[in-house]
Design a protein around this ligand. Structure first.
Ligand SMILES: [Zn+2]
Length: 405
């Protein structure tokens, strides 16, 4: 399976200028490719092939006065940009013919886009130096922070600049599945209403404080921005601040998703989630919380980690309203207004916690044998003795023996 690994890059002044040039040239070639195709379409001609575009928009363009500067950046970067334009068109046409979800026609790229990126393949002869820098053609040896180790040597690196002005190197690496010791437990996970996630064993998980704090800060900065005058210098400054706060929230959220998904995968042999079809939810009032909580990003993480560590990952469709069915006797008890947190099953008399009951139903629908006692009101927890081993100081269990997570 292929996994993506990202690391923070710290280019110096001249390297930042060289990268800005590379982003700019890649953008120009991309836009030229879009224009060439639009022209062909308007003239009723056949779509130009990528090889022809390469000759016309890179090789020949370099010899003209107005595109001579394309020679200042690695030719591979420009080739990859053409390839991106080609893929964008292919996806667009596949959408029209129904082979994949419909999407808009490729858009022109702008220097104001939130994300600038260039890709170097093996042909570009980029490398990791003995000193641990990332050596990029026509840019130089860029300092990189190796926050974890790569499982194998990547062939391609994408260099990204985000809206907050940070640089990243992103590698796609081939990775073979690793085995974790087998465990007996299985778990169903439900998107709780008041919680980020609820597990069928009765655990309710909230976003950690560091994430909530980052989110609060972002909201404050956004309010600040909206009060600034359009087009003013202060507005520009505020916008950068918002972008930085945004990036911090995204990072904190990703970190939280990583910690939680690793824990769930390590502790369970089989994991079931409900396919929420986020698109359908987008119109409901649940929408905002679903998007904010990044539920689909979290589920995707669970899925690839399950594949990576030999666990079963099951996704159940929305065929049954999981919160209306009693997980003990299976009788559908009818809809419950959102404010009802606990209800008593009219048939078997079990008192059910709405969220935990739903999580147990998710597990059962996926064919997992979970202990249904979690669906009942949770027993009061007995605090552990001080100094008792088990979890890490900060409350997050340490992850031992799972490299690369
Ligand atoms: Zn019942």
């Amino acid at each position: 399976m292929q996994l993506r690994y990202s690391f923070r890059l710290y280019p110096n002044g001249p390297q930042r200028s060289a990268l800005a040039r590379a982003f700019g040239c890649a953008r120009v070639v991309y836009n030229d490719a879009l224009r060439a195709r639009e022209r062909a379409r308007a003239a009723g001609e056949a779509f130009p092939k990528i090889g022809d575009l390469s000759k016309l928009l890179i090789t020949e363009a370099k010899r003209t006065e107005e595109r001579a500067w394309l020679g200042e950046v690695s030719a591979v970067v420009l080739q990859q940009s053409l390839r991106d334009a080609d893929t964008a068109y292919r996806n667009f046409f596949d959408g029209l013919s129904g082979k994949r979800p419909r999407m808009g026609a490729p858009r022109f790229r702008s220097r104001k886009d939130n994300r600038q990126a260039v890709r170097f393949t093996a042909n570009a002869r980029w490398k990791i130096t003995t000193g641990g820098d990332l050596s990029l053609p026509k840019i130089g040896d860029v300092r990189i922070k190796w926050s974890r180790s790569l499982p194998s040597v990547p062939s391609t690196v994408t260099v990204i600049k985000d809206a907050a002005g940070r640089y990243f190197a992103s590698f796609v690496v081939e990775s073979s599945p690793e085995r974790l010791p087998e465990v007996a437990s299985a778990v169903g996970i439900d998107l709780g209403l008041g919680h980020f996630a609820v597990l069928s064993d009765g655990t309710k998980i909230d976003a950690p404080r560091f994430l909530r704090r980052a989110e609060k800060k972002l909201k404050r900065k956004q309010r600040h921005l909206s009060r600034k005058l359009q087009g003013s210098k202060n507005r520009d400054k505020a916008r950068v601040k918002v972008a930085r706060a945004h990036a911090r929230v995204a990072d904190a959220r990703r970190e939280f998703h990583h910690q939680l998904s690793t824990r769930i995968i390590r502790d369970n042999q089989a994991i079931a989630v409900e396919d929420l079809a986020v698109k359908g939810l987008a119109r409901t009032r649940l929408a905002k919380s679903v998007h904010d909580a990044g539920w689909s990003a979290f589920v995707a993480m669970l899925e690839y980690k399950a594949a990576k560590f030999g666990r079963s990952f099951l996704r159940i469709g929305r065929f049954e309203p999981t919160s209306q069915v009693c997980s003990q006797c299976g009788v559908k008890d009818g809809p419950k207004p959102l404010h009802i947190r606990l209800w008593e099953c009219g048939t078997c008399g079990t008192v059910l916690d709405r969220d935990i009951n739903a999580a147990v139903n998710v597990a059962k629908a996926a064919g997992l044998a979970v202990s249904a006692c979690g669906a009942q009101v949770r027993p009061v927890l007995v605090p552990a003795q001080r100094g008792e081993a088990g979890t890490h100081r900060d409350g997050q269990p340490t992850v031992v023996g799972i490299p690369g997570l």
